[in-house]
Design a protein around this ligand. Structure first.
Ligand SMILES: [Zn+2]
Length: 164
């Protein structure tokens, strides 16, 4: 940490006194975080540009509770091939501004988009665990709609993030 500033203590809201479960009625204790000063030091690094991360070859949007790899993986059960090397995008492409290709064979677009994506089929399953949706097994149809709305065909498309 190369910077240190003084900030208001969050634990006591700058009062130097703490009131929790044990401090009943109009009693308080001296704040354990700032020891009664009402302020604490906050340390941080100045952002000087995104740093390189070692030991990464492939980048995904989110893991969706699956174990990910940069390599293709064959599941023992059913000998199913999980082509991770063709999903997401390479670290090099990600650094250039590409959005990782969704794990569309594992999840539906509603899950992938953090529930932003919603269409008529999603309305048929408004509550509960998303993979219990009656259309989850036919999620190719939902992905087709997702691609139509977002007007993208290819596996990898450039994002709109501003490059710092
Ligand atoms: Zn405090």
């Amino acid at each position: 940490m190369d910077n240190k500033i003084i900030i208001e203590c969050k634990a006591c809201s700058g009062t130097g006194l703490y009131k929790g479960e044990c401090e009943r009625d109009k009693s308080a204790v001296v704040c354990y975080e700032c020891r009664g000063k009402g302020w604490v030091y906050f340390s941080y690094n100045t952002f000087l540009g995104r740093k390189e991360r070692e030991n990464v070859k492939r980048v995904f949007n989110t893991a969706h509770m699956y174990i990910l790899s940069h390599k293709d993986v064959i599941l023992k059960k059913g000998d199913r091939l999980i082509p991770f090397s063709k999903m997401g995008c390479s670290y090099e492409d990600w650094k250039k501004g590409f959005i990782p290709k969704p794990l569309d064979f594992l999840v539906c677009p509603r899950l992938e988009s953090g529930q932003e994506f919603n269409w008529e089929k999603c309305d048929e399953h408004p509550f509960g665990y998303i993979p219990d949706c009656p259309h989850y097994k036919d999620k190719e149809l939902c992905w087709f709609e997702y691609r139509r709305i977002h007007n993208y065909e290819g596996p990898i498309y450039p994002n709109l993030w501003e490059v710092l």
